[in-house]
Write a protein that binds this ligand. Structure first.
Ligand SMILES: Cc1ncc(COP(=O)(O)O)c(C=O)c1O
Length: 392
């Protein structure tokens, strides 16, 4: 049977990983500044994470949500403590799209309204509603089209105010990434996020913070929205949560009431996923990884700003983007193929850095030196010797 060919692949097969390095089948070592798409939070194959999963699998890996699963409560307590949202409620799922799907549905249940406000360049996942709230016509199938979602310009306070003046009574939720990931590392301004909070409060709408990529310590705070000093009604999480073990979740404000049967999933919150997620939080806490992400991020951003040849360095913590000018547009490919460094991309010309939160200073320096060297090499015209040869 053939695989359904939807992924444009790099011609690389990774067979081993540790911390911020991965190795291919030929033993070539790569530095991972991409974190498997912002997923690797505490480093590949972290020993504590491996041990937690191994121990759990010997006991029980799965039973359905029809019985008590104390690991879910343990995870909720730890998550409440580290995120500072102790009075919130946790619902566990398996992916980012599923988290957003449930958040949007819950907002509609809670408000008994239908309209969702999303923003230009937003990415919320590939399931039905999450996809409809994603600003990319090429991945929206006709069946996903709905009049229930309205897109507004990102960071445009006047447009948001005007929209709410005219339509506020119909809005169930505003969904926003405090730092857009797939959209190209676009940081929402604090005043924009504060305005979302105010307008949602005035119009009985819910504020959904999509923290699937920017959350879980990546930005240097537990949630990127925390920088704005306001709370969302629902936070969605996934990527960094299991360090590669599939798990997602939503944090739900205390005034949103649950009803039996309102939400549900077969696999969400299974024993093994909870063990993986607990291991992640234990390491984040033990090794102070949120602060480390902040410090490394500041260092990396400052150094990147001094590298000639790249533009518009931006981001927070270890969620960083920069523009790659046309004359070195193949920089990402070069870093991967010639220098064995994984980075992420955003269309059309943006490199995204999403490394593990415990990437070392030495690894960051290794990346910076290599980046400068790669740019220099791409910008250097054909060497004099070769030119002379041409005319001999
Ligand atoms: C902000 C954001 N939300 C949702 C998703 C969807 O997550 P998943 O691929 O786990 O469904 C992504 C994935 O890139 C994302 O970046």
């Amino acid at each position: 049977m053939k695989l359904f060919d939807v992924y444009p692949l790099n011609d690389i097969t990774i067979t081993k990983a540790s911390g911020s390095y991965v190795w291919d089948e030929n033993g070539v070592q790569y530095l991972d500044l991409y974190g498997g798409h912002a997923v690797i939070s505490i480093g590949h194959t972290h020993p504590h994470w491996v041990q937690r999963i191994e121990e759990q699998i010997q006991k029980i890996s799965f039973y359905s949500n029809s019985v008590h699963i104390p690991l879910q409560k343990e995870l909720a307590d730890k998550l409440g403590k580290l995120s500072g949202k102790e009075d919130y409620q946790l619902f566990l799922v398996n992916s980012g799209a599923e988290a957003n799907e449930n958040a949007l549905k819950l907002a509609s249940f809670h408000t008994n309204k239908k309209k969702i406000v999303a923003f230009n360049k937003a990415f919320h996942g590939r399931t039905s509603l999450a996809l409809a709230a994603t600003d990319n016509a090429t991945i929206i199938a006709p069946v996903n089209e709905t009049a229930n979602i309205d897109f507004l310009p990102f960071n445009d306070e006047a447009a948001l105010k005007e929209y709410f003046q005219n339509n506020g009574h119909t809005v169930a939720a505003v969904i926003v990434e405090a730092i857009q990931g797939v959209g190209g590392i676009n940081v929402a301004t604090e005043s924009f996020l504060k305005l979302v909070r105010i307008l949602c409060d005035e119009h009985n709408a819910l504020f959904i913070a999509d923290e699937v990529q920017c959350g879980y310590g990546r930005s240097g705070k537990f949630f990127a929205l925390d920088y704005a000093g306001v709370n969302a009604d629902i936070y969605t999480m996934a990527k960094g949560m299991g360090n590669g073990f599939p798990i997602g979740g939503i944090l739900i404000a205390p005034y949103i009431k649950a009803k039996h049967g309102m939400l549900g999933t077969t696999f969400g919150g299974n024993h093994l996923a909870c063990a993986a997620a607990l291991a992640v939080l234990e390491i984040i806490e033990r090794d102070n990884l949120i602060e480390m992400s902040k410090q490394r991020g500041m260092y990396l951003i400052n150094k990147l700003k001094s590298i000639d040849g790249i533009d518009k360095v931006r981001g927070k913590g270890l969620m960083i983007g920069f523009n790659v000018p046309e004359d070195i547009k193949d920089l990402r490919k070069k870093l991967l193929n010639d220098y064995f460094i994984f980075t992420g991309e955003a269309k059309p010309n943006i490199i995204r850095l999403l490394p593990a939160l415990n990437i070392t200073r030495k690894q960051v320096d290794e990346f910076l030196d290599t980046l400068a060297e790669a740019i220099e090499e791409m910008k250097t015209p054909v060497s004099k010797g070769v030119e002379e040869n041409v005319f001999q």
